[in-house]
Write a protein that binds this ligand. Structure first.
Ligand code: DX5
Ligand code: ZN
Length: 217
């Protein structure tokens, strides 16, 4: 499978969100990544349902929802009502992760778990078979435009090893500081989905940057 590109709307122009979503619809982006932050789990608040409902009306690509919120179970159904196709929760926010994943899958969405930079891959040993996706944070969650953490390269390899050992088809998504300088190595190590915020939206031609990210070997 060739890798997928999932631009994050966190770096979009919120005064012209409709235009940015149209641009993503026209682009080679595979998914649209939505970063939902509650100001509790992470030190920032992004956007909530009034905005998400409008995004869902306009987006023509699958919505890849990254929940940086405590007690995510409360909102799974509402995200599904707003066309979320992939729902990812943080391991660090879920004391009963197995139950939460089950809940997401029963809602009909694909289920993902995100790991903060310091959280070891081994946390997922006994749940990896149930996961459609693992999101490796390559920055500390909360903000776009941060510097990529180099340790992530090795972490992808460790995760690939676990996926192979357990014989699952779990996708590996990398999120944070991804750009044209590190994307090839991430793909080489086994990343299947690249999330990119700043690298896409601050570039002179976001469509061209998505094209280049998509066509890396
Ligand atoms: C950070 C978010 C990321 C972020 C990516 O908490 O999860 O999705 O927006 O943005 P860049 O690519 O700018 O790091
Ligand atoms: Zn994200």
């Amino acid at each position: 499978m060739s890798h997928l590109v999932a631009p994050s709307l966190l770096s979009a122009n919120f005064l012209n969100l409709g235009e940015d979503i149209e641009m993503l619809n026209r682009s080679e982006a595979d998914w649209i990544h939505l970063d939902i932050m509650d100001g509790v789990f992470v030190p920032n608040i992004s956007f909530g349902f009034p905005v998400i409902e409008k995004i869902a009306l306009k987006a023509r690509k699958p919505l890849d929802v990254h929940l940086m919120i405590i007690d995510p179970d409360r909102y799974i159904d509402r995200f599904r009502e707003n066309k979320a196709e992939i729902i990812t929760v943080h391991s660090e926010t879920c004391p009963h992760l197995h139950r939460t994943i089950d809940f997401i899958k029963k809602s009909g969405a694909k289920a993902g778990v995100a790991l903060n930079p310091h959280s070891p891959v081994a946390l997922l040993t006994n749940i990896i078979r149930d996961l459609d996706l693992v999101l490796l944070m390559s920055v500390n969650p909360g903000f776009g435009g941060q510097k990529f953490i180099g340790e992530t390269y090795e972490k992808i390899l460790e995760l690939e090893e676990l996926i192979a050992r357990k014989n699952t088809k779990t996708l590996v998504e990398v999120d944070g500081g991804v750009d044209l300088t590190n994307a090839s190595r991430l793909i080489e190590n086994g990343a299947n989905v690249l999330v990119t915020g700043n690298a896409v939206f601050t570039s002179p031609s976001p469509i061209e940057t998505i094209h280049r990210l998509k066509n890396l070997q």
